[in-house]
Ligand binder design. Structure first.
Ligand SMILES: C[S@@+](CC[C@H](N)C(=O)[O-])C[C@H]1O[C@@H](n2cnc3c(N)ncnc32)[C@H](O)[C@@H]1O
Length: 498
């Protein structure tokens, strides 16, 4: 911090700063330590400040009262529930009227009742109408209550069978920043921001560069450190594809859909500005933001280009690694873009996967399997749908038997689906990773990592592979289970062969 900044500090802030200086060594140690990074720097600051202490005490009293009230309300609800032996769905005209009711409290109550009924259908359900009818009413109510189109509510509800996903989309994710290690170190950045009144802590043990910002007395996107490129505002889940890519110094890397450049800049930092990154995007407009970002962040090892990703490797090939952070429907980032709740249609979930499939083949074909350090492709989306994730990856495995899925190396995340609603994918899909707002408190994301085994697509003709993969899907709905399982196993073994 410069002298002029210190001059602007109030007496309170000055005394705090003095204390901070005393503790500097200790704090630096905390941030250096790899096994105790979760200690909150600003907690100490809070203890020393009497005004803050009073606020803390008040908020604790308030919290206790809220807990007490919530416990009373829950007890009342449980008592009411016990009285209701069976929850009967509305029927006929009554049902139609209630379905379209705009009284959100009524809808919310019905959601609760249906969930409770589904959890104990044997005792509480109307067996003549069956679970399916309850689920159908539930998705309609979810659509009304949370403001989704019925199409989207149904699609997303089937994926999770949990209301928590919809609840999580109503709440903003924590603000997170990534230290730009091209310019600074995390502990130095944290110290500088704490001194400006930013309340933060390390994002978690899984990242050495991320910080979560709880609150700040200065705009976090306009601090001198921000302007000097010491950090970038970046969602936690956006770190993951780059960590999975694991770029090495001096490699040649393609970031196929790169704008506005958050991941390009992280790749560059991991490469210590060495080697070369082709930062490509089909949108010229979005590339303007990328150029601004990489300048601010001091990225010097990138070439910015503006091609349709599908034109690669025609433009240039032989990359050590390719990141395809694909254009997607954004169902993982609904809290940021609630428009997704209503503006995505069935057509989007056909057009987008089609583009994603073309892009993933181009990404695979752009990698040099003989790269001495790499030969990897990472595919990611900020969507949670099967069509844009597992189905795209499975398609790539079928069309390019010269790649195989490998571990993402990420230490947390749910396994990708190996089957979904009658569709059977490769068991290898369990190597992919899914991230959810309601589970990980980060944007919904999907990450898959491939290793390219050969630069030649194996002699099995593409047509044969497609025919086989169609059989794969078909067999799922047909008769002789033992024989079909055997055939499927044989097909799978052939598809997975290097
Ligand atoms: C999810 S965003 C990429 C975000 C970026 N990786 C980052 O971290 O800042 C997807 C990008 O794909 C680009 N895109 C869409 N169609 C494309 C295509 N056919 N080829 C290349 N890029 C495309 C969009 O312009 C958009 O910038």
């Amino acid at each position: 911090m410069g002298t002029s900044d210190s001059d602007e500090l109030s007496t309170d802030e000055m005394s705090l700063d003095d204390e901070e200086v005393e503790n500097n060594g200790k704090k630096a140690d905390l941030f250096d330590s790899t096994d105790d990074e979760s200690i909150n720097l600003t907690e100490k600051k809070g203890i020393k400040n009497t005004t803050e202490n009073t606020i803390v005490m008040r908020s604790e009293r308030l919290e206790a009262k809220q807990k007490h009230d919530a416990a009373l309300a829950e007890a009342e609800l449980q008592a009411n529930m016990k009285q209701t032996e069976m929850f009967v769905l509305p029927s006929g005209q009554e049902g139609e009227d209630e379905q379209t009711t705009t009284d959100l409290q009524v809808v919310h109550q019905r959601i609760q009742n249906i969930i409770r009924t589904l959890n104990n259908f044997k005792e509480l359900g109307d067996h003549e109408r069956g679970r399916a009818e309850y689920i159908s009413q539930l998705t309609k109510d979810v659509a009304i209550y949370y403001g989704y189109s019925e199409f989207m509510a149904e699609k997303l509800f089937h994926l999770f069978s949990a209301i928590e996903f919809f609840e999580a989309n109503e709440v903003a994710r924590p603000v997170t920043i990534r230290t730009n290690t091209i310019r600074t170190r995390r502990r130095d950045l944290a110290q500088a921001l704490v001194n400006r009144g930013v309340n933060l802590e390390p994002i978690g043990k899984w990242s050495k560069v991320g910080l979560t910002v709880f609150d700040s007395s200065v705009p976090i996107g306009a601090t001198p450190e921000y302007l000097a490129g010491h950090y970038i505002l970046q969602s936690a889940s956006s770190f993951l594809p780059v960590m999975a890519l694991a770029p090495q110094e001096n490699e040649k890397i393609l970031d196929m859909a790169a704008a506005p450049g958050g991941k390009t800049a992280y790749i560059s930092a991991l490469m210590k500005n060495s080697g070369m990154i082709f930062a490509n995007d089909a949108s010229k407009d979005r590339l303007k933001a990328l150029v601004a970002n990489i300048h601010r962040l001091g990225v010097r090892n990138s070439v910015v280009c503006n091609y349709d990703g599908r034109e690669f490797p025609g433009v240039i090939g032989g990359f050590d690694r390719v990141l395809l952070d694909a254009p997607c429907s954004g169902t993982g980032v609904i809290s940021k873009d609630p428009g997704v709740k209503i503006n995505k249609t069935e057509k989007d979930f056909m057009i987008l996967p089609h583009l994603q499939k073309q892009l993933i083949l181009a990404a695979i074909d752009s990698v040099d399997a003989k790269s001495p350090t790499g030969g990897y492709i990472v595919y990611s989306t900020c969507s949670v749908t099967i069509e844009e994730n597992e189905q795209v990856v499975f398609y790539a495995l079928k069309k390019r038997p010269n790649v195989k899925l490998v571990s993402t190396g990420l230490e947390f995340g749910r396994e990708g689906f190996t089957k979904y609603r009658g569709k059977i994918f490769s068991p290898a899909l369990s190597l992919t990773r899914r991230y959810y707002p309601h589970v990980h408190n980060m944007d919904g994301f999907f990450v898959a990592k491939f290793k390219k085994l050969s630069n030649k697509i194996p002699s099995t003709s593409t047509a044969k592979i497609i025919a086989e993969s169609e059989l794969w899907i078909k067999v799922d709905n047909s008769g002789d289970a033992g024989q079909l399982m055997k055939e499927r196993k044989e097909i799978f073994t052939r598809l997975m062969m290097p």
